[in-house]
Write a protein that binds this ligand. Sequence first.
Ligand SMILES: Cc1cc2nc3c(=O)[nH]c(=O)nc-3n(C[C@H](O)[C@H](O)[C@H](O)COP(=O)(O)OP(=O)(O)OC[C@H]3O[C@@H](n4cnc5c(N)ncnc54)[C@H](O)[C@@H]3O)c2cc1C
Ligand SMILES: C[S@@+](CC[C@H](N)C(=O)[O-])C[C@H]1O[C@@H](n2cnc3c(N)ncnc32)[C@H](O)[C@@H]1O
Length: 670
Amino acid sequence: MTSTNKGKSSRLEFAKLNELKNGYPVFSLFDGTYLSTTSGLEEIHHTFIKHNQLTERFSALADHELFTIGETGFGAGLNFLYCWQHFNEQAPDSARLHFISAEKNPISPQDWQRALALFPSLKELSEQLTSSYISASIGHQHLCFAEGRIKLTLLMGDMLDTLSHLDGKVDAWFLNGFRPSRNTAMWQPELFKTIAGKSRLHTTYTASTSDRTVSNSLAEAGFSVEQACCFDPKREVIKGTLAKLPGAEVNHPIWFQPPALSSSRSKTAIVIGGGIAGTSTAHTLARRGWQVTLLEQREDLAMAASGNPQGILYAKLSANQTPLSQFIVQGYCYSINLLKQLSDDSTELWQQSGVIQMAINAKIEQRQKELASVFPEDLLSFHDSDELSRIAGIPVDHSGLYFPAAGWVKPAELCKNLASHPNITIKSRTTIESLKRESDTWTVEAVESHNRQPLRFSADIVVVACATASKNLDQLSHLPLKNIRGQITEVEVTSASKQLKTTVCGEGYVAPADNDRHTFGATFDFNSQSEEVIDAEHQQNIVMQQQWNPHFLEAAGGADTKIIGGKAGFRSTTPDYLPVVGAIIDRLQFMDDFAMLRKNTRHTFNQPPAYLNGLYVNAGHGSRGMITGPLSGEVLAAMICGETSPIPDSLIDAMNPARFLIRDMSRNRI
Ligand SMILES: Cc1cc2nc3c(=O)[nH]c(=O)nc-3n(C[C@H](O)[C@H](O)[C@H](O)COP(=O)(O)OP(=O)(O)OC[C@H]3O[C@@H](n4cnc5c(N)ncnc54)[C@H](O)[C@@H]3O)c2cc1C
Ligand SMILES: C[S@@+](CC[C@H](N)C(=O)[O-])C[C@H]1O[C@@H](n2cnc3c(N)ncnc32)[C@H](O)[C@@H]1O
């Protein structure tokens, strides 16, 4: 998806809800109804639940076991909502459901509300779904509900493309996508081959058609085909199982082939680093039933980069669908969904203030207009300065982009909330010095940070999330992580500055008041390795506001703006600005096995890389850890547990920690 979609619009055409026929929606794209006009949810139960034996399969799930459903055609999401409800009724409390659904023509938010209003029994779940879904943008959108028990991955775009990039396997398929005679482009033999490649032996399916060409294609792809009765007695559907596995699927180039799954059953993990990357990873592993020890060298969690008072959900996008831009959109949607899920009346982890990105010169303005033409409006829109001033509550002199769903986060509160799971044990003031693999176990050698008393910890797996310090560990020394110093400035609010309603970014940023202070960010220093807060950088932060946001600075006191605090830290960056997320290879063995890369990048290698089994990294989040950290944790946990990934295979490769080693070997640099 990364390369083929480059330059294409991310915007998808909405399906149009034409009319309501006997109360049920009829959509114009294929002149097909989303559901039978008479039966509604009973038809879903009959066709997809009963014929896939889901009642029995859900209730037989073990503790924390995951069941994965794949669907062709999300439509109004009724199948998903009904399945979620049925899973709640049938599955053990700790079992989990991952519902993956492909959709090319989503319903507009207004039509969606109208359609879902016809199903009052699903009201509570529909509200959760529609309030979390952000935009009809090409790519994956991964959403979690019910404390991670229910996950939805939407594959937005043509399913012949999106499904082929799915990284993982499905237990049951719901094949619906309007009548084959009306939608021949979808019901292609290629689709069923792809589906077979994403199935396990005996994965079941139901197709809402008995069309002969569909039956033949399913049989050719290795599925058994059986006619089954339909809810509407005049029609038939087909069902079956994958009877023969196709040849091994190749999702990744050989040097990115993932490690074999660990056979360990004790599910113990050590996560090193108590910032957003470490706590997100610990949290999502804990939700999967892992016992996690979270080690942090400082007195408390989130005291390094993740310790700023306000972190902006700042999505810097590109009109071309580069891997970085794709990951930012997906991370943005995921972080917002997570923040909504974790917040309740007593927990304020963020404010959904919206974010303005001002066009501070003509080139940026041009780029922003391009972005507004390719991304959907509920993600971002372009406005003149009058409209932005109205949104901000304080005059803004520039035109720019507005991201209505974004806002600012309280990073330390978020990290502590993520780490407050009963399966997580936090050991702060613990500095890790080295790692050792002994038989099937990793041993972590550490010292107490304040008195250097030696400590040892062991577990099945280790995830290193120490930002740039990750490369101080011998096994990760090949990671090209680099520190870029930055400082934020906290200023006292005034009655006038309190009028700021949204986060405003230009060169530098300011967030609405929190605890009687605003955060001004942030400086960049590529040379200094000091964490000392310095006056000169406070002045730089003030000058950036003066230059780009003068009305706000005036409201905050102008020349008398009162500085009441500040914090300096490091952004940990990689050469391509994507984080490093994944399993760690055995460096020396890898350089030996892939030595031919130096001579011939087209050489055919037969062996996948040797890994340091059970060692992983989540680092390099640069200046956008609030957007990339949580989704990276989720990607890593899915990889560790052998689950279907929330992101496409191409993005998994784009973040592979070995990519720089491969690049350098291919260019004969090492
Ligand atoms: C000035 C500034 C402003 C920023 N503004 C924003 C913003 O507005 N929005 C945004 O999204 N991002 C922003 N960022 C970036 C964001 O803060 C980072 O991307 C994010 O915090 C990185 O999280 P992390 O968990 O990878 O690293 P960190 O938060 O740095 O966590 C790494 C942890 O590992 C621990 N550690 C290191 N070595 C060891 C060891 N040997 N043993 C034990 N523990 C160890 C450290 O103590 C630390 O707690 C900003 C960064 C800076 C510096
Ligand atoms: C019958 S509806 C699905 C109903 C849906 N499962 C529900 O629960 O509401 C079929 C869906 O398939 C989608 N679709 C059709 N062809 C597609 C394609 N090639 N790629 C992705 N989605 C497609 C349509 O846009 C439509 O939303």
